[in-house]
Ligand binder design. Structure first.
Ligand SMILES: Cc1cc2nc3c(=O)[nH]c(=O)nc-3n(C[C@H](O)[C@H](O)[C@H](O)COP(=O)(O)O)c2cc1C
Length: 357
């Protein structure tokens, strides 16, 4: 790509990247021992250090946050040290890396949680659908409705996870409020039927995640804190309803006081109103990462980043089979195709064996 803005550096107050292409967070379920990052993961991420920024797969801040099988976490010293190796190697290869902090909430099954952990949610409503466990697909579990104490404790877990991430050397963290995990379970009317200050009105449903961001930003700095949302994604039984734009406008108004690194918007879903994401991006006062299909539509990606100095894009799926995706984009070379069967299987197959150019 000649004269590509995508491939040029991104310079802004809170984020400086060597190009405008972010690797989107992707769960790969390789943390098979005690949810701890290992050498395979170090290799996998360091091979992708040419991205402007890597956002790691969803990582649990606590036992209760684990939810899916073999996902990594960051609450033990062993896990922090595992991440330290990942981060050091990415940095040695010239990359930048944020940790995605993901609390699964009700999108979970008991079989996937460590001993002594408990499945929590804003309300005691199970998500419809099945989840992968080491004993096969199972219906998702019914969560226990969180008390105010649970809410405070879970927020503190996010703060501690963010501090642990900075301790491990991460450039920042992304708080996950997308794809039907705990943050979005509070935002969404279907999963949040609380009658206290964390449920009901738009402002109340935003409170859980806003308080987390305030606390995390206070602990590690707003400029090291990002947020991910996916307002119209129905994954994990998220309801679609008329007031969704109102929910997210309210959220963004409050985000604008926090001086965040970025707002990451996953544009996945079937019912997205015309112009919805553009309108949200314009209301946000800092960097915006657009996501959803851009790896296969580079002209559109180029158009998005050219439309504002605050905009970047993230690419997910194509990074799975193309560790050297940035080179392929630069040279206009075809992508390798990912093997669907090894997305979440343990081991190197379909993880470390995709060829570079
Ligand atoms: C294998 C796989 C795992 C994913 N895991 C996560 C995750 O851990 N956290 C998250 O926010 N999104 C996750 N996603 C969603 C991606 O970040 C991204 O939003 C989605 O793939 C659409 O972007 P794309 O069209 O560039 O692939 C995952 C997607 C894939 C394909």
């Amino acid at each position: 790509m000649k004269d590509s803005k995508l491939l040029s550096s991104f310079d802004s107050k809170n984020l400086n990247l060597k190009n405008h292409i972010v690797m989107a967070p992707m769960t790969r379920a390789r943390a098979v021992v005690r949810n701890t990052p290992n050498d395979l993961m170090t290799k996998y991420y360091s091979m992708r250090a040419s991205a402007g920024l890597i956002i790691t797969e969803g990582t649990a801040p606590s036992k209760n946050g684990v939810g899916s099988a073999n996902m990594p976490a960051i609450y033990t010293n062993e896990q922090i040290n595992g991440w330290r190796d990942v981060v050091n190697t990415v940095h040695e290869n010239g990359g930048k890396i944020f940790l995605q902090i993901m609390h699964a909430g009700r999108s979970a099954h008991e079989l996937n949680l460590p001993e002594g952990a408990e499945i929590l949610g804003p309300s005691a409503i199970p998500a419809k659908g099945e989840i992968f466990t080491l004993e096969g697909l199972k219906p998702m579990s019914t969560p226990r409705e969180m008390t105010t104490t649970d809410i405070e404790q879970t927020q503190e877990e996010h703060v501690q996870a963010a501090k642990n991430a900075i301790d491990a050397g991460f450039d920042g963290v992304e708080i996950h409020a997308a794809n039907g995990y705990l943050g979005q379970q509070f935002l969404n009317k279907g999963s949040n039927q609380r009658t206290d200050k964390y449920g009901g009105s738009e402002e109340n449903r935003c409170r859980f995640i806003i308080e987390i961001l305030q606390k995390v930003a206070k602990a590690i700095g707003g400029e090291k804190t990002g947020l991910r949302i996916s307002p119209y994604n129905e994954f994990n039984d998220m309801a679609i309803y008329d007031e969704i734009p109102k929910t997210y406008e309210n959220l963004i108004m409050q985000l604008n006081t926090l001086n965040l690194a970025y707002l990451h918007m996953a544009g996945t879903g079937r019912n997205i109103p015309d112009g919805f994401f553009d309108s949200l991006a314009k209301k946000f006062n800092n960097n915006v990462i657009f996501n959803g299909g851009y790896g296969f539509n580079l002209p559109l990606a180029e158009k998005v980043v050219s439309s504002s100095d605050r905009y970047i894009i993230s690419i997910g799926y194509p990074f799975i089979a193309n560790p050297d995706l940035i080179d392929r984009i630069r040279l206009g070379v075809e992508y390798n195709e990912a093997d669907q069967n090894t997305l979440y299987t343990p081991g190197e197959d379909g993880y470390l064996d995709y060829p570079t150019l």
